[in-house]
Design a protein around this ligand. Structure first.
Ligand SMILES: *Cc1c(COP(=O)(O)O)cnc(C)c1O
Length: 488
């Protein structure tokens, strides 16, 4: 074999990265929907490397084969782009990361990078752990981080148990995230990052992102936001100064519910008084090639492509489900058995005005239907039953169209009682602090016609008038649904 030397590979890597940069610049000029549909997968790439496949191929291979030892050496020292080993890099995962980076950075004028992870929880851990490393200059420092207490149940456990309890890294909880002075009062020299979730799951907490990011930067800290509930179709925190965004891609981005997936998206040159220059220059790229290589929270290529396939229709889907949720929330708000409805889209919500400054359907001003910027608030809402825990369970148990599951973001409507499911582990007191009473039902409205969702809620609520359920489900428990069918 004609060995061409390492320089040959370095030169072609420069050429290919220039080409990719040009292509990315071209994509950045496209509208959101076009980016969501095509991402970073180009016609040229399809024709040159992928048999002309118009859909991004799923490369299940664990590793890449090299032409010779020079190429291998250059690849494994990261001098040339490589798909060396799928825990580190894989083309299918790259397509997902590419589209998410572009969507979170859409219209922000900021260059972004992304690393996909096996789950939203892995994304949160990947995003925060590099800031919690021991400082060699100050090895005995008692670190802390400042984060909203209204967070997803899994995040609560990760912060309270894995970090605070097991590693003695103090979680300073912000209880009223709307009070910027409360955030500030918790920051000191030992604070490593600022973290917030918005809108929060399920409490619909919301805060002034721009102000919180400014505050973080005043203290040279990174601002990290979990923007899962909004998705980039409704909110791009990087536009308002966020350094790092985490997504549980599992949810509305991956609406079909085929798998678990997460992502960390960061701007180039994040703010942080802690960490190396290399880490700050391209945080997502650094995560991908170093900490995540060593810790291994990577996603499978199959899941990456399945998620990517759902993302193509994100904008119109979020528009549709947001409008339905608005309709359903209005119905519930005026229902006699409902104590309160929490949905940022309702004028009655105390954070409606603030949320309306941030939550817009992206590109609605270029949409034939709207020709204007329109607010959209997503499809997660919750409501409180006027009654006790048993009444709440009875209403919940009467649902016949809306699935009872600890899930959200689905194309199908799903409901849960957070106090006995997603937020069960954190205990009564923490639930109170996070605003999760036991008569609260969380509902995520899917893409069904809202009339049918309202009809289901309406019949389930009849139990409060003393009505029994109209339909009793047959008992499949002795052998399961499939064997019951065989017997018939
Ligand atoms: C579900 C969820 C997570 C965790 O994501 P997984 O993909 O389930 O690990 C994090 N944040 C929010 C807001 C979520 O809803």
């Amino acid at each position: 074999m004609n060995n061409q030397g390492i320089n040959h590979y370095l030169e072609s890597a420069v050429k290919s990265s220039e080409w990719h940069k040009e292509y990315l610049d071209k994509m950045r000029k496209c509208r959101f929907d076009t980016i969501a549909v095509h991402g970073v997968y180009s016609m040229q790439e399809a024709l040159d490397f992928n048999q002309g496949s118009i859909i991004e191929p799923i490369y299940m291979s664990t590793s890449q084969s090299y032409r010779d030892s020079d190429e291998m050496e250059a690849a494994l020292s990261y001098q040339i782009p490589t798909w060396c080993y799928s825990r580190i890099a894989n083309p299918s995962i790259y397509y997902l990361e590419g589209v998410l980076a572009l969507l979170e950075g859409y219209n922000t004028g900021v260059e972004t990078g992304c690393v996909a992870t096996s789950s939203g929880m892995a994304a949160i851990q990947s995003a925060v752990d590099p800031f919690l490393a021991i400082d060699p200059k100050n090895p005995d420092q008692k670190m802390n981080f400042v984060a909203t207490c209204q967070v997803y149940g899994g995040t609560f456990q990760q912060f309270a148990i894995r970090k605070n309890m097991e590693r003695n890294i103090e979680w300073r909880k912000v209880v009223n995230s709307n009070d910027i002075s409360e955030w500030e009062s918790k920051i000191d020299d030992n604070t490593r990052f600022i973290y917030g979730e918005l809108p929060s799951n399920p409490a619909q907490a919301f805060f002034d992102i721009r102000k919180v990011a400014e505050l973080a930067h005043k203290y040279a800290l990174p601002a990290i936001f979990d923007s899962t509930v909004a998705t980039p179709a409704l909110l791009r925190p990087i536009e308002y100064g966020a350094d790092i965004v985490v997504q549980s891609v599992t949810k509305s981005l991956f609406a079909s519910g085929f798998g678990i997936c997460g992502a960390v998206i960061s701007r180039k040159n994040i703010t942080s008084k802690f960490g190396s220059d290399e880490m700050k220059a391209d945080f997502a790229g650094y995560l991908k090639l170093l900490p995540n290589r060593d810790n291994g929270p990577n996603i499978s290529p199959m899941n990456a492509i399945l998620a990517l396939n759902d993302i193509r229709t994100l904008r119109s889907r979020m528009d549709m489900v947001s409008r339905s949720t608005q309709t359903v929330s209005r119905f519930l708000e005026s229902h006699k058995h409902i104590e309160r409805v929490d949905y940022l889209g309702l004028e009655s919500h105390f954070l409606h005005k603030l949320a309306s400054r941030y939550l817009y359907l992206v590109d609605s001003e270029y949409d034939e239907l709207y020709r204007n910027k329109v607010n959209r608030y997503g499809h997660l809402m919750s409501f409180l039953i006027k009654g006790n825990v048993t009444d709440t369970r009875n209403v919940f148990d009467g649902l016949q169209r809306i699935w009872r599951a600890t899930d959200l973001g689905r194309i199908k409507s799903v409901a849960t009682i957070p106090a006995i499911s997603t937020h069960q582990q954190q205990g009564e007191e923490a639930r109170k602090m996070a605003g999760i009473p036991s008569n609260l039902i969380r509902l995520c409205v899917g893409a069904e016609h809202p009339d049918d969702i309202i009809a289901d809620l309406s019949q389930a609520l009849e139990v409060m008038d003393g009505k029994k359920y109209a339909v009793t489900a047959p008992d499949f428990s002795a052998g399961g649904a499939s064997s019951a069918r065989i017997r018939r």
